[in-house]
Design a protein. Structure first.
Length: 505
């Protein structure tokens, strides 16, 4: 099929329809914008006028291009004004029956060649197309909010969609300056599926009383480089949106433990503590500003430090710790087993401190574990055991404050905070690749652009080391017996064959 997309019909002039109209106009297309609510499309067109005017004032676009874009916009009074469009994108209410009815109505007057695309974020494309006379011309075309800034579009063929339709929508995405990613018609597609790990694992950590919200947000932002902490993000999105999505993906995957939601958000939802929109979520807000910021605690320099005996899973971690301690004139206990007054420092993966001391036969009253998943550059998480003496935890805290580095002490947790969250993110992305929901390149691009993670999740696994990620998951599975952490076969196979996670045959 060779269809040149010149004229686009957009149905629904809400937040998404207006955003899609903007990028379609700015890339030279003619747009017919229709909304069932009288006057809504006209209001959207006036908003667009203001948006483009602001872009001109900021020198982002020229006056001529703004005028040209607006000249190409037609506010449709009736649905059948869209009869000559090459492509019709619906961005109406998220309701399967209403979307199916709309398609039936469109099919009474559009030609067989018109492509119909749905911006649904949670409904099955196959289901949306199931009542149509021509399901082969229907596909998902999932934009993200705000559309002009979120430079990614998921293109989703339903079971009966013709491959040509996918190609046409992919080409159009590039024309509109967005990166297309092709996803199978599965719950959450790529981005809302891959995004399940960050929030749910952080909630589980909070629920286990490992650390408080400030600490978990800080650790994840400062150790791993997430732009927003999970609780900041949940507050921004609003639990009225996020909690149902968590439940829906979990149920749609037949209660797969990897997506398990948490009682914490269910309760907050019932109590209407939704986040920023109600001034109270995980944090409290006044006029949009967080009220209760807690900074990392700092421990002063001590007059004397114990010698430090080191145990690590990886040689590079031993070298890193040795270098740091030597630089700060801390004595290193290099005996085969720790002397009786030494602080025992364990750089462990996927374990709590109790498990490490048992595995290595160490004195738990003197042991503190450290998370080196991202080295020592940014933030340090320390984890004393249940019975570590205060003087040893304080000494460890002070040692890792010596260069003004930020330290957070947490309660015992298998895999600290950063390790278990990133291992879940990588593992879930590997499973998405294993299921063939999308290519590795598309999974990486989709998550990087759609969720703003510093790396694509599969590439991120390669940056951290696939063997390390696997070790975290294996130990967590062994200690917790929770199938949530079972390593994806995609990940296991590549570690066994010593290949990067991005390797595809
Ligand atoms: P919205 O509520 O801002 O706008 C929906 C518009 O559709 C309203 O103006 C309404 O009058 C109109 N409408 C409703 N039923 C209609 C019908 N039968 N015919 C014509 N117009 C109709 O909604 P929003 O947020 O723009 O979402 C639209 C779609 O995009 C939904 O399917 C949603 O799931 C999806 N989506 C939303 C995202 C978001 O962040 N808001 C992100 C990605 C997808």
């Amino acid at each position: 099929m060779t269809i040149q997309i010149a004229t686009i019909g957009i149905i629904g002039s809400g937040i998404m329809g207006t955003g899609i109209t903007q990028i379609a106009l700015q890339s030279g297309h003619q747009v017919y914008l229709y909304d069932a609510k009288a006057g809504a499309a006209q209001i959207a067109s006036e908003k667009l006028q203001l948006t483009l005017q602001k872009l001109v004032e900021k020198n982002k676009i020229t006056t001529e291009s703004a005028q040209q874009a607006l000249a190409n916009l037609v506010v449709a009074q009736n649905l059948d004004d869209l009869k000559n469009c090459d492509l019709i994108i619906e961005a109406i209410v998220e309701n399967l029956t209403v979307k199916q009815e709309l398609i039936k109505q469109l099919e009474t007057f559009i030609p067989e060649t018109t492509i119909i695309a749905s911006n649904t974020s949670s409904l099955s494309i196959t289901a949306i197309a199931s009542q149509s006379q021509h399901p082969e011309r229907i596909a998902g075309y999932h934009f993200f909010n705000p559309v002009p800034l979120m430079k990614v579009i998921e293109v989703i063929p339903g079971i009966r969609t013709q491959p040509d339709i996918v190609r046409i929508l992919v080409d159009l995405s590039y024309k509109m300056g967005h990166r297309p990613v092709v996803a199978k018609d599965t719950p959450g597609f790529i981005i809302n599926h891959a995004g399940r790990a960050y929030g749910t694992e952080s909630l589980k950590i909070l629920n286990e009383n490992v650390a408080n919200i400030h600490e978990i947000d800080r650790i994840l932002k400062h150790t791993l480089g997430f732009k927003m902490g999970p609780f900041e993000l949940l507050d921004l999105t609003g639990l009225d949106v996020s909690h149902p999505v968590m439940e829906s993906v979990y149920e749609q995957y037949y209660q797969e433990p990897r997506y398990r939601p948490n009682v914490l958000t269910k309760q907050m939802l019932v109590a209407k503590q939704l986040g920023r929109k109600t001034d109270q979520g995980f944090y409290s807000y006044t006029a949009g500003q967080k009220r209760d910021e807690q900074l990392a605690v700092k421990v002063d320099k001590l007059s004397q430090y114990p010698a430090v005996w080191i145990a690590t899973d990886f040689t590079a971690d031993r070298e890193l710790l040795t270098h740091y301690l030597t630089t700060h004139q801390i004595e290193i206990d290099i005996q085969a087993s720790p002397a009786k007054d030494s602080l025992i420092l364990v750089a462990s993966y996927g374990e709590d401190t109790s498990s490490s001391t048992q595995r290595l036969n160490l004195d738990a009253t003197r042991t503190v574990s450290i998370d080196l998943i991202n080295g020592l550059n940014t933030h340090r998480t320390l984890m004393p055991s249940l019975i570590t003496q205060d003087k040893f935890s304080q000494a460890a805290h002070s040692i890792f404050n010596l260069d003004d580095g930020e330290v957070t002490q947490i309660q015992e947790s298998v895999g600290f905070v950063a390790q278990r969250v990133i291992a879940m993110v990588v593992n879930l992305a590997c499973d998405i690749a294993q299921q063939g929901v999308a290519t590795v390149d598309d999974i990486n691009a989709a998550v990087h652009l759609g969720l703003g993670y510093p790396h694509g999740p599969i590439s991120w696994g390669d940056v951290l080391g696939p063997a390390k990620v696997l070790l975290i998951l294996e130990r967590m599975t062994q200690i917790t017996a929770d199938p949530r952490y079972r390593p994806s076969p995609w990940l296991q196979r590549r570690v066994k064959l010593n290949q990067p996670l991005t390797f595809t045959a």
